[in-house]
Design a protein around this ligand. Structure first.
Ligand SMILES: NC(=O)c1ccc[n+]([C@@H]2O[C@H](COP(=O)([O-])OP(=O)(O)OC[C@H]3O[C@@H](n4cnc5c(N)ncnc54)[C@H](O)[C@@H]3O)[C@@H](O)[C@H]2O)c1
Ligand SMILES: [Fe+2]
Length: 403
């Protein structure tokens, strides 16, 4: 098998970043000359006034704005059906997702189906979206998932109790408007959960299997490239910023500097993971989140240190670097000991923002673990991307440790 001898880097079409910049939204979307926008969001964001900050500049510019506010955390197929049905009636020229990853992913699904018809189920997997989609604007209100720049859209298959995703570079938004002020109203729990999700993205990207070691033939279409240099730069900076700002963003919700730090971390972490990789943490979270109904971020945050411990022996230099980025003083320590500090730093941060530490705290039972391991192991792409390729038994061991 010929391995990869090159890597790629993809992004959103344009990223605008700035506190208060949402008031200039009409100027940013002007190139599309759109007359009708559909906003995909949820009732909470309408209630706290975030949606008004998005609609008013568009309406002032003479655009007709339709609103789908039926989004909800970890959106189900039923919600996607409603959103698509409304969008098909509204027939917008641009789709604007406003919210955390849940609403942004829904907006991607809506834009995909509006552009190419068929059913969104046809788009699950990699490379199934047939071509470019309607102009898609994503405006994150958590800091966060990185969905505003990523190629992923995730829904929850409630019948089979598992998350399912569509991965396509056509789903990368044409425009991401990152205004940290929009995260000021984000509740403590959502700030903690989405923040640790961003940390998980950066750590999984930075410790992934290298692009030239991936056990995937060079000519096989594959949604991630593995560890590569641009993704690494972004991941390193994101880890450092999260170490500096996550605690404050959670405990001092009105602290704009902390919110800006986290916003400035989450988008690059999204670029890092959506080029390099997410891996075993995310693979394990998919069935756990589907069955135990925890948020994506809480599940990832819970699992992250356990997976790091599994990966540690093959990723000593990376873990040492992560420890330094998280502010650990590793001078004088042997490399293995310094690397270990990355895990303890993540455990401390996790506990300090109230992320659960055990699967049993989420209501899981020991009897469920083999099925979780089996379902995770079936997500083969995430196994080969992990810095240390696990067996199904390894996954079960990680889950037992995390139980
Ligand atoms: N597409 C991707 O690349 C990607 C990556 C990671 C995760 N995800 C997905 O993202 C989802 C999780 O997204 P999330 O962690 O951003 O949370 P979320 O979108 O589920 O939001 C959580 C809650 O916080 C509320 N909220 C969000 N911002 C707010 C604000 N500024 N003010 C008041 N309330 C606010 C929402 O209304 C919601 O009730 C999961 O479905 C996950 O699978 C997607
Ligand atoms: Fe994630």
């Amino acid at each position: 098998m010929q391995r990869r001898d090159y890597w790629n880097f993809y992004s959103a079409g344009r990223i605008v970043f700035g506190s208060g910049v949402i008031r200039r939204l009409a100027q940013f979307v002007q190139p599309w000359q759109a007359k009708r926008a559909l906003i995909v969001t949820d009732a909470t964001l309408v209630r706290v006034g975030v949606v008004a900050e998005v609609t008013s500049p568009l309406q002032s510019a003479g655009m007709t704005v339709d609103l789908f506010d039926g989004g909800a955390p970890e959106p189900s197929f039923a919600i996607a059906d409603e959103a698509v049905a409304m969008a098909q009636k509204a027939r917008p020229d641009i789709v604007v997702g406003v919210g955390g990853g849940s609403n942004l992913d829904l907006a991607k699904i809506v834009a995909g189906v509006l552009s190419h018809g068929g059913h969104y189920r046809d788009y699950f997997g990699y490379g199934k979206v047939p071509g470019p989609i309607l102009p898609l604007v994503c405006i994150p209100t958590t800091a966060g998932t990185g969905s505003e720049v990523s190629h992923a859209a995730v829904l929850t298959d409630t019948a089979n109790q598992v998350k399912v995703s569509s991965l396509s570079h056509y789903l990368r938004p044409a425009l991401a408007v990152v205004d940290p002020k929009l995260t000021l109203t984000c509740p403590r729990q959502a700030s903690a959960d989405s923040g640790i999700d961003a940390l998980t993205h950066a750590i999984e990207a930075f410790t992934a299997m290298s692009y030239d070691q991936l056990d995937v033939p060079v000519d096989e279409p594959f949604p991630y490239d593995g560890k590569q240099p641009i993704g690494d730069c972004l991941a390193e900076r994101a880890i450092e910023l999260i170490g500096q700002h996550l605690f404050k963003a959670v405990h001092e919700p009105g602290n704009l500097a902390a919110r800006e730090g986290m916003a400035l971390a989450a988008t690059p972490a999204g670029l890092a993971f959506s080029n390099n990789a997410v891996a075993v943490v995310h693979a394990l979270e998919y069935p756990i989140g589907g069955a135990l109904h925890c948020s994506h971020g809480a599940g990832n945050g819970l699992l992250l240190p356990y997976v790091m411990r599994f990966n540690l022996p093959l990723r000593i230099p990376e873990f040492k670097r992560i420890a330094q980025l998280l502010g650990e003083d590793v001078t004088g320590l042997a490399d293995a000991e310094a690397a270990e500090r990355a895990i303890t730093a993540v455990e401390r941060l996790r506990a300090s923002i109230g992320i659960p530490q055990r699967i049993r705290e989420l209501g899981g039972t020991r009897e469920q673990l083999p099925l979780f391991a089996q379902k995770s192991f079936a997500i083969k792409r995430l196994m080969v991307l992990n810095g240390r390729c696990p067996t199904e038994n390894d996954l079960l061991d990680i889950l037992q440790a995390a139980f």
